[in-house]
Design a protein around this ligand. Structure first.
Ligand code: GLN
Length: 447
């Protein structure tokens, strides 16, 4: 804990933590140490973990990096925090993220952008940018993030760490601040696949507080028993033919394909019929759900209340206008629009149908193949401020990650080395629903 605290202090300029629980972490370390000596310690004894600041932890602040929750303290712990603590993990602090997890660069945080440790002029990725850099810069052993459309996988790829999002319905969302509930899923940022598997095993599984959770037993992924079976892997042809994909990203994909083939795996190019509908369908649905979820921040129940409010209407209006940032407001307005009576069928209902087609076709591909291999992001980390002005450009960045989110499937981003500028590159492996064990075991191959 002391080592990590030093590293956090020495790199405070990266803006990774919204709060560091220094005294508390030191005290927990002592308690855990005593348990280790007594032989009663849990499976995570001594593992120092950072959590994204949209995960509730009793008696600690949780802000979702928004002004509207700046001074909000959680009165209960999320199921995942309880499970981590029950196994003697030590929580070292809460990490900066995009406001309400809306973003792909961590530039939408009320507390400012997180800087990439590989190049401080560049973004960390998002929305779990703080969690990714915390692991990248050695400020903790592992970090927890949330992934709605790529928020664990994409920053993992920008920061050269492993980012794992399990199947939708695997990990409880109880105590996670909602963004888009039919997509939101807890994920991990780690240095190894082994750590991802261990954390998954502890956090996953039925929870009476989350009715969307599967009752299926959670597999124990033993990533040490190397999976030597020959796999059938599909890759997206467009990832190599599209001019929008960076040359180094293409090369890392080509190298992996060649290595897989040389090792006797079957790798084939496929073309995904609904590729151009992935981003539009995701954003219509995510914004619709967000506009509904964020209706609860009204200046009355909890969070920020405008000091200028004089009656109920101005309390709502001013608290929300002053409390939410620009991107969050944009999404609430667009989400409300696609749900409004006149446009519901044209946008929301249509996007739901498209989601079904995407899900069915993805599952069809996975009946023929074991995995789908794609880049995690079209480019490595870009300079801070470069894309901020055009939200659509940033939305398009999610082209490879939203497919797993729309289909509710598990996916992992694996670091595949750096480009000539020293910027990390990553590939994404997408697997069958509830087959995390198979996915994690094979992921070792890439490291
Ligand atoms: N970039 C995507 C968005 O802004 C994904 C974010 C996320 O996964 N939380 O919605």
């Amino acid at each position: 804990v002391k080592g990590y605290l030093q590293q956090i202090k020495a790199n405070a300029r990266l803006n990774v933590f919204n709060e560091v629980f220094d005294q508390e972490a030191l005290a927990s370390a002592k308690t855990v140490d005593a348990r280790i000596k007594k032989g009663t310690a849990g499976k995570l004894a001594g593992m120092v973990i950072a959590i994204k600041d949209n995960i509730c932890y009793k008696d600690h602040k949780v802000t979702a990096s928004s002004r509207i929750l700046e001074n909000f303290t959680s009165i209960y712990s999320s199921t995942i925090v309880e499970r981590l603590l029950a196994e003697d993990a030590i929580i070292i602090g809460r990490c900066n993220c995009d406001e309400f997890a809306m973003g792909a660069a961590n530039e939408n945080s009320f507390f400012g952008a997180v800087k990439n440790f590989a190049d401080e002029k560049r973004v960390s990725g998002g929305s779990s940018g703080g969690s990714a850099v915390a692991v990248q810069a050695g400020m903790c052993h592992a970090a927890i993030g949330t992934d709605t459309g790529g928020s664990v996988r994409q920053p993992a790829s920008f920061c050269g760490v492993v980012g794992f999002k399990p199947t939708y319905g695997r990990i409880s969302r109880h105590g996670i601040i909602s963004y888009a509930s039919s997509f939101d899923q807890v994920g991990t940022l780690t240095k190894s696949v082994e750590d991802a598997a261990l954390l998954f095993e502890i956090m996953a599984g039925a929870d009476e507080f989350d009715g969307t959770l599967s009752q299926k037993p959670v597999p124990k992924a033993d990533v040490h028993t190397k999976d030597t079976g020959k796999k059938k892997i599909a890759y997206l042809q467009e990832a190599l033919s599209s001019p929008g994909v960076d040359a180094d990203v293409k090369n890392t994909l080509i190298n992996s394909i060649e290595k897989l083939r040389a090792d006797g795996h079957t790798v084939k190019a496929i073309s995904f019929e609904y590729l151009e509908y992935l981003v539009p369908a995701y954003y219509i649905l995510a914004m619709a759900e967000a506009s509904s979820n964020l209706a609860r921040y009204d200046g009355v129940h909890y969070g920020y209340r405008s000091p200028n409010a004089t009656d109920l209407t101005s309390t709502y209006k001013l608290s929300r206008s002053e409390g939410f940032g620009k991107e969050v407001k944009r999404r609430i307005m667009l989400g409300t629009f696609v749900l409004s009576a006149g446009y519901y069928d044209a946008y929301y209902a249509k996007a739901q149908k498209v989601r079904r087609l995407i899900k069915d076709q993805t599952n069809e591909i996975l009946q023929e193949y074991d995995f789908l291999l794609t880049p995690t992001a079209p480019e490595p980390a870009f300079p801070i401020g470069k894309k901020e002005k055009d939200p659509v450009v940033t939305y398009l960045y999610d082209i490879f990650t939203v497919q797993a989110s729309l289909a509710g499937l598990p996916a992992i981003s694996l670091p595949t080395g750096n480009n000539s500028k020293g910027l990390p590159l990553g590939l994404q492996l997408l697997g069958k629903g509830f087959a995390e064990e198979e996915l994690l075991n094979f992921s070792e191959y890439f490291l």
